[in-house]
Ligand binder design. Sequence first.
Ligand code: ATP
Ligand code: MG
Length: 354
Amino acid sequence: MDISVAVLDPAVDAPCSALADRFICGGLDDPRAIARLVGCSQVTTYEIEHIDAAALQQLQCEGHRLVPDPRVLAVVQDKLEQRQLFARAGLPGPRFSGCTPADEAAPADFGFPCVQKARRGGYDGRGVVILRGISDQRIDRPSLLEQYVSIKRELAVLVVRAADGGMVSYQPAEMKFDPYSNICTHVIAPADLEPGIRAEAVRIAEAAVEALGGVGVHGVELFQTRDGRVLLNEVAPRPHNSGHYTIEACVTSQFEQHLRAVLGLPPGAVETLAAGVMVNLLGAPGFSGRTVVEGVRGALALPGVALHIYGKRHCVAGRKMGHLTAVAAGADAAMQHAQSAAASLVIRGENRVA
Ligand SMILES: Nc1ncnc2c1ncn2[C@@H]1O[C@H](COP(=O)(O)OP(=O)(O)OP(=O)(O)O)[C@@H](O)[C@H]1O
Ligand SMILES: [Mg+2]
């Protein structure tokens, strides 16, 4: 679309540095680096939550255009504030309460099993623990306690909201998680849902984005419970891991949608062209160091498989190093090809670690 892009990233060899028209190396918590990025841009947006929101708000006051409003970031950066906002908007979610490290009785008072989440700084399941009893290891930071939900499926709805408040949503996708690390491993799109659940997921997702007042793409994470309800988990006001499949499987990718929305252009069509299964390619356990990729030929030989390797130079176990998407006429075939492709690929560090 001939849009010139400047990017800020803390790593000097960040993957985006080779792609952006202008690359600024600096911390996302460094007000001066943020000011350099915003100062050279007509409009600034984000694809990560952990940025100094006060610095962004200051720049907004000085007249710079930031989309979405930095206040949206400030809310989602704090899982407790986010839950409180959604509760005020009447959206269904697990019972929750705030918790400080000093308050040792809080989990027992709240009731086991419960889920403890760090209020700030968590991602990819880091900063989330399930507490089943008083002896379980807790998070030693200001946190949030949530009722442990008996989950049938984890769903994600990508909601695109324009500056004028208009919204379009992709069909809900199902996210599969590793039960130990809580990291998303697979996304199946569209999710195989009863029509009532599908409509409820989209309704809640759009209401959450409305309550937040975001502009751009939002990844809205939801739980379908075993007793047939849909509960809101959290909202990421940016392109989301659950939406990577849209590059191959939908008319408009989530990345283009985000650009369109932040630039004030009309949204693209959200229709699905094919069933898609996305697999996150994580750093292999037992290795760390310079990134080594093996098995590309075998993965690409499978029908409908597209491979995205991010070009992160350093690999540690569990790091998101890329993803692949398989598209097919049906979800079963897409899953089969995605699984085979993922099984043929290894992304690892060059050194074996104990
Ligand atoms: N209340 C809950 N009951 C049961 N499981 C939960 C609950 N909250 C979170 N989980 C599990 O933990 C995962 C991570 O939680 P959450 O999305 O809040 O954290 P996160 O670190 O921000 O994750 P990510 O960055 O992957 O989105 C969820 O996707 C779900 O599998
Ligand atoms: Mg999450």
